[in-house]
Every structure is written in structure tokens, then in C-alpha cells.
Write a new protein. Structure first.
Lengths: 352, 181
């Protein structure tokens, strides 16, 4: 019924080099490199743990890319898409990634949904983002509402994928990667000191934080003219993630599109919020909640409050709202609630 | 590095494309792979030298083997008590030094900056912490942002330079031309 394959696939890409970042504090070592279509950043103390932590993060990023990338032909995700539906025995790491995505979909009431793959393709996000023609003249394809995460079943490591369903793990994969990388970096340093990992702005922490917490800048869009001013916060533990419609935009037939898709319509989310930042116990939770809040639109504040998560919402006219204990003042401290919805809902050994 | 873990699947729609992504196997974590110490014993300060050839270990204040009569059991007890006193004294001094060190690092945090994208802090290099960190329960004092949370693809570049003796940290937002992989 199943067949075993152990042949390795040659590496197609080489990891970009890390470069050290001078932040002004020498008690923390910071480095950054390109990864997963965005940037990866690692901050670690004591600084002498940096090299070992970087190696550990490299392993995590490489693994995640091989598991969940939509754009690598040798990824596990591409492999199962080529199958056209059926049952697949996944690696443990990819099974966890799918399980987290499904748990996030359930938790957010379907506002995040890993079955939006075809919707993104219909909108034109069908290739490496940097390779997308930002001014294509032909209109996007007809909207493709997500088939629904309930159609996908994961029994332990066995995935049941209906024919024609394409997955996209964008709402949770970077958060999951940050969580994994933070754990790995901390372990590489002998669980001594503290680490912070950011994947494209989705930040996870581990170990002992700096006094008063990790200082983090919360930013809106790339254009200061249409954005809220940055805010400094301090994160003693947990994670923070941001989803925004102000980046990863492209045009089709004069229409501006972005990558956060409402699974119910298959169209880009068009609610009142352009950027939402959420703090949670884990980065996968924060990542999913931030995306869900953008999709939730008018109901975002209500949903975030019910989830008990601190959040900062920036409207399309750059007005800022704070909910769930997110500090309104600059330099304020974010205390995240304990517990995780996403990982507690993800049951790699169970049925979903 | 890619062949020590098995992947299985029963979907092999195209020749040569049935293989899932390779994965790394379980590697020993750095710092956990070294050999254990030989016998687990750690020499005490002042007692680390090899014992004399006859197997007797010299005690403080007693030097090498004495020429006089062999010490009595009462002498041995006195020596042990003297060692205990020295050990207690060393513990007291060490605890005091640790307390002072922790108190030194317990000063309140520097005021955070206002919501601007450029901040001026400190008074030149001397204001920047010197790299000493505490390895206890509390982390070091970090005053500058180490990362930015923002929409994916938005990057804030942090640069540090000195102007008129002050360390100026600037944050510049931009979208980097990173490629999706």
C-alpha cells in the first residue's frame, strides 16, 4: 500500500548568509538573513551563543522550507499537490505543520483556512512573489472560495486530501517556524540565556528575556505616509505577530490585490483593518489570530477580545485601536495569556 | 544528512517526483555531544594537584608528610572542622559578591523613547553596555529594539552611529526584494 523512499533530493537553494546587526546593545547579538520569502532575524543573549543558535535556526528554516513551501518543486507540499488528492503519509514535521493549520482554522472559525491555495492562484499569487508582474493587465480569475478545511483530514501522519484541493499554510507556517526556531536556538545554547526569532515580523521568544522584556518595534506598512507611527513595546515572554494588507500587493487589470484571502469569498480581505498585531503565548497562535482579525473585519475586535489576546489594530486611515491589554503607551509591556489554542488543538497523533 | 530519515508515501504520480522533501535526521544538539567527564569528580580549589606518591593528600597548614608522630583521630576531627570553617567563609564571601552583582544590575530600566523612528540615547560608546551579562534568573538590560513586527516583507533596518557623542539609532522601513522560495 505504501512505499518507502529514502533517496535524497539535491539541494536547490543555498541559504543566504547571515549578517550581524548593530542595534546599539552589545549584550545581545543580532543577525539577519533572507529566508522563506522574507527576512529571518535572530537575537540572542549571551552573545557568545550566537553561532550555535544561527546553525540551529538554519536547520529549522531549511526544514520548514522543504516541508511547506508552495514554490519549491521539491517541497513536501508540492509533492502532495502533484498527487491530485488521496492519502499521504507525511513526515512528522509536515504533519505538525498541517495539523497546526487545521487547528488554527477551527479556532478562528474558518477565518484562516489552509485550503485557500487555489484562491491565491486565481488571484495571481501563483509563483515566487518577487516574480509576480505587479502590473498585469488581464483580470484575475474568477474568485475561488476555499473548499473548506473540514474536508481535509489528518489521522496522525496520514493526510486525506480531497482531489483538487490545494493547501497554503501561510496563515500559520511562519509562526510555527518562529516557534520551532526559538526552541532550537535556545537548546543550542544549552538552554542558557534567551533568544528571539523573527520570521517576516512574526516573533517568538524563549528562555530568559532581557530585563523588562524584549524591546520590539511594531510597524505598520512600508509607506510612512499612510501608516500609523511605529510603537515600541516590551515582550517578556510569548510571541507577537503581524498581518497586513499593505505589503505583498500586486495589480491585476488595475485592481490592487493582496495576499490575505477571505476563505469564504476567495477574494482579498476588504475589512476596515490594514494591519493587525497580536500577542499570544506562541507565534503560531499570534500568526493565526492576526490573519483572522484582518479577515474578520468589523468583528475583529470582538473576536480578539473573546480570545483574550492583546492586539493592536490599524485601520485603513491609520487610526490605531488597542484591545485585550495591548499597551497604548510607547514602551509599554505586553503580558500575554498563557496557553495555546493552536498547539493544544493540533493533535498529530489523533484524528482531525 | 538527508538520507537517515525515511519518508513514505503511496502517491507517486510521476516518475522521479514521488519523493517527498528530504529531512535531516536527529543530530546531537551542540553542547550535548561531548564526552562525559572522566569520573565526575571536580577538584576543589587548592586541592587540585596530584597526590604525593604515597597516596597521602596534604591538608592546608600541614604541608607534606610530617616527620613527627602520626596524627591522632582528635587531630583529624580538628582538621575537618577547620576546613568546614574555611568553606563556610568562602560561601559567605561568594554569596555577598553575588548579591552585590545582582543589585548592580537591578537598576530601573532606562526610559523608553517616544514614538519616533529615530532615537538618541546614551553618551557615546560609554553609555552602551559593556557586554557583561548576568547568567542568573534575570536577563541583561537591553534598551534598543532588536526586531520589528510588521507585515510580511516589510523590514525595518536599524543603524547605529554616533553624533556629537550620542549614540543615534535609526529605523528605516522598506520592503526588501526578497524572493519567495
Amino acid at each position: 500500500m505504501t512505499m518507502t523512499m529514502t533517496r535524497s533530493v539535491p539541494e536547490l537553494t543555498a541559504a543566504a548568509p547571515w549578517r550581524r546587526i548593530a542595534t546599539g546593545d552589545r549584550v545581545v547579538a543580532v543577525a539577519e538573513r533572507a529566508a522563506l520569502g522574507t527576512s529571518a532575524r535572530l537575537a540572542v543573549w549571551p552573545p557568545e551563543n550566537l553561532d550555535r543558535a544561527l546553525a540551529a535556526v538554519d536547520d529549522v528554516l531549511d526544514m520548514l522550507d522543504r516541508q511547506a513551501s508552495r514554490f519549491r518543486p521539491d517541497s513536501e507540499l508540492s509533492w502532495l499537490h502533484r498527487g491530485g488528492g488521496g492519502r499521504y503519509l507525511l513526515s512528522n514535521g509536515f504533519a505538525e505543520a498541517v495539523s497546526v493549520a487545521l487547528a488554527a482554522a477551527q479556532w478562528t472559525g474558518g477565518r484562516t483556512d489552509p485550503t485557500v491555495g487555489d484562491a491565491l492562484i486565481a488571484l495571481g499569487y501563483d509563483r515566487d512573489f518577487a516574480a509576480i508582474d505587479p502590473q498585469r493587465r488581464e483580470p484575475p480569475g474568477p474568485p475561488a472560495p476555499a473548499p473548506g478545511w473540514q474536508l481535509v483530514r489528518l489521522d496522525g501522519p496520514i493526510l486525506h486530501l480531497p482531489p483538487g484541493v490545494r493547501l497554503d499554510l501561510g496563515a500559520t507556517a511562519k509562526g510555527l517556524g518562529s516557534d520551532r526556531a526559538a526552541r532550537a536556538a535556545l537548546a543550542a545554547g544549552g538552554n542558557c540565556g534567551g533568544v528571539l526569532v523573527s520570521l517576516g515580523g512574526d516573533i517568538a521568544t524563549g528562555g530568559t528575556p532581557p530585563r523588562d522584556g524584549w524591546p520590539i518595534l511594531v510597524a505598520d506598512g512600508p509607506d510612512p505616509a499612510g501608516s500609523a507611527p511605529p510603537q515600541r513595546v516590551r515582550l517578556p515572554s510569548g510571541a507577537v505577530a503581524t498581518s497586513s494588507i499593505t505589503c505583498r500587493q500586486w495589480r491585476r487589470a488595475g485592481r490592487v490585490l493582496h495576499h490575505i484571502v477571505d476563505p469564504r469569498t476567495g477574494r482579498p480581505a476588504d475589512g476596515p483593518w490594514q494591519t493587525v498585531s497580536v500577542a499570544a503565548a506562541t507565534c503560531a497562535d499570534a500568526n493565526a489570530a492576526a490573519t483572522a482579525a484582518v479577515v474578520a473585519g468589523d468583528r475583529a475586535e470582538e473576536w480578539l477580545a473573546s480570545a483574550g489576546l492583546p492586539a493592536r489594530l490599524v485601520s485603513r486611515d491609520a487610526a490605531v485601536r488597542y484591545v485585550g491589554g495591548w499597551p497604548g503607551e510607547d514602551g509599554g509591556r505586553i503580558d500575554v495569556p498563557s496557553g495555546t489554542h493552536v498547539y493544544s488543538g493540533a493533535r498529530p497523533g489523533g484524528t482531525r | 544528512m538527508d538520507s537517515d530519515r525515511e519518508y513514505r508515501g503511496h502517491q507517486d504520480p510521476r516518475p522521479g517526483f514521488g519523493e517527498p522533501a528530504p529531512a535531516r535526521g536527529q543530530l546531537p544538539l551542540p553542547g550535548f555531544g561531548g564526552p562525559p567527564p572522566g569520573d565526575g569528580r571536580v577538584p576543589l580549589p587548592g586541592f587540585g594537584g596530584p597526590p604525593p606518591g604515597d597516596g597521602r593528600v596534604p591538608l592546608p597548614d600541614f604541608g607534606g608528610p610530617a616527620d613527627g608522630p602520626a596524627p591522632t583521630r582528635h587531630d583529624g576531627v580538628r582538621r575537618v572542622r577547620r576546613m568546614s570553617n574555611w568553606t563556610l567563609a568562602a560561601l559567605i564571601v561568594g554569596t555577598g559578591a553575588t548579591t552585590v552583582a545582582l543589585a548592580h544590575h537591578a537598576f530601573p530600566a532606562a526610559a523608553t523613547t517616544a514614538g519616533t523612528s529615530s532615537t538618541a540615547v546614551g553618551t557615546g560608546a560609554g553609555a552602551v553596555t559593556n557586554g557583561a551579562v548576568t547568567n542568573g534568573a534575570a536577563g541583561p538590560q537591553v534598551t534598543h529594539s532588536v526586531a520589528t513586527t510588521s507585515g510580511s516583507g516589510v523590514t525595518v533596518t536599524t543603524t547605529t552611529h554616533t553624533v556629537n557623542g550620542k549614540t543615534v539609532v535609526s529605523h528605516v522601513r522598506h520592503v526588501k526584494p526578497y524572493h519567495d522560495s
